[in-house]
Structures are given as C-alpha cells and as structure tokens.
Design a protein. Sequence first.
Length: 341
Amino acid sequence: MRIEHDVPLRDFNTFGLPAMAATLVHIGSEADVRRVIDDAVLGRAPKFILGGGSNIVLTRDLPQVVLKVEVRGLRVVEMRDDAVIVEAGAGERWHDVVAWTIEQGLPGLENLALIPGTAGAAPVQNIGAYGMELADRFESLDAVDLVTGRTVTLDAPRCRFGYRDSLFKQALAGKSLITRVRLRLPRPWRPVLGYLDLQRRCEEAGFIEGRLPGARQIFDWVCEIRRAKLPDPAVIGNAGSFFKNPVVTPEQCRDIIARDPHLVHYPMDDGHFKLAAGWLIDACGWKGKSVGAAGVYEKQALVLVNRGGASGGEVVTLARAIQESVYGRFGIRLEPEPVIL
C-alpha cells in the first residue's frame, strides 16, 4: 500500500480536468483495502474509489481519501462445456482484458473492445456497446466492504444490472471496492452482429448468412469504428459518451417522429424505444460548439471534449445547456453517464 498527499488528478481522469486529492492510496490487493480500513486515520475518513477515471467529471478538489484501484491479474478460472470463465483484476484496463481473451482464443467480449476504463469499473457502469452489455457476459465479482473489511462475492442478480447502472451506483455506491471480476464467455460462441455498423461491415466484407466473421474480425471492426467516431482520450480529453440514450414510450416515440421523421431510434424487448442521444444533440445544432474550452466533438455529438485547459465547471455548463436545448425541442431529459463531482 502506497500513500501520497496533495496529488494532482489531471492525469488520473480521461477528461484531463484539474483537481487535487488530499490523500491518495494505491490499492494493489484486498489486503491493502483492509489496511486502509484498519488505519486509525484513514479508516474513519470518507472515501472515493477511483479506477481509470474515464467516467468522472471533476469540478473540485477531493477531500476524501481517494482509493486508486490497481489490482492486477488475468487468468482462466474454469473451462466448462457451456462457457469459459476468466478473471481480471479490477485495476486491469478493460480493453486489455478484451484483447487478452482474443489472443487466448477465447471469444465473447469482442463487441466491448476499446471501451475506456478498468475491469473493476465495468460492472459499476454495466458498460455496453455494439449490441452487448457487460451483464451479458458477467459471472461474478469480489468486493471488499469499506466498513467491515469483509470480502463478498456477488453474482449477476445481486449486482442488479440496468442500463448503465448497477448496485454499485445505487445502494453500494462508495461502500464497496471491487477487486476482481469474472466473465462468462459462452460455448459455443456465436457472433453478435445486430448493430447496424457491424451489419454494414459484414455486407462490405462479403459475409452472408451461413458464413460469418470470427471474433478477431469483429474485434478489429469495433476498434476501427470506435476510433473513427470517438476521440482518443490521450489526445483529446473526454469521458466517452456523455449522455445515456433516453428510453421512451411508443407514444413518445411516435410523437417525436411525427415532427422529426429522421429520428434515430431502436425498439426494445419491453415495447419501449431507445433514442440516439447523439442524434438529438446534433439535431439541436450542438456538434462542434463550445463553452469556454469544453466542446462537443465534431464527429460525434454524444461526446464532450476538453479542447485544452477546460475546467470541470465549463464541462458541466456545456452539458446543462445541451440538456435544456434537447428538452426544449423534444421534451426529453438527457441524463449524464459520468459521475459529476
């Protein structure tokens, strides 16, 4: 366990926003978590769990004890007839986990390639992309209670996954630190190709029913699509998709289509419709616009970016202006994906 004081957090959040941590503890194991809990000073202090910093907007310095999760390790836990179970330390980069499974010849996560953040943050957010969510491949996780120091193992039902949501954003927010995540890769593997961009890639490459692309091909396509649409946080600060795609009733969807026939929308199994938040934002004319040094990415209106030297306040001001604009035109309230601190 390594402890630092007065630590700049600009390099620990993908938006590149300025903030300071009064105390930052590097967590490399469950034992480190228990050392923090048992410490006379750290144990009683409020705590903030920090993974890859890809889902936060820092608007101020953090007085809490920041627990920087750096638990490493990748391994195959079990080979079953119906699935392969793999385990990742919570501090592993999520994309590295996906790439490792592909390299090991273990398909199943390819649609989730290149999503920023860590393995431990993936179930918190129930990350998803290109027709798949983490919940579709989740087996279980280990987490340490930040009060008692006890380790618990939670399966999917107990994690209460929802759309970009989980128990760790609700009842257990800030109360448990995830140390390891286990993923279920189904056997036999079947490609998930329902997303429109992947369907187009299949057609362009000459794949037809009965002849389908392999996991490596899908992995490469997803990486290419994401790189074409989304900025690299190492080059332009951002937190990926800033707003959740809103879910509306069939009546709401029909009402908007009557006014805007080109609305991008997707039917859901329960009869509701998911609207493309990026389309709504673009329709309101926000693509490429800025508030101070915070802006809307020119290639994807769903992404807010740091054009250089932005503050968290500027990002929040821009986000609120977008929310008001979309609500004024469509009557839809956009909900941010990142946690705003």
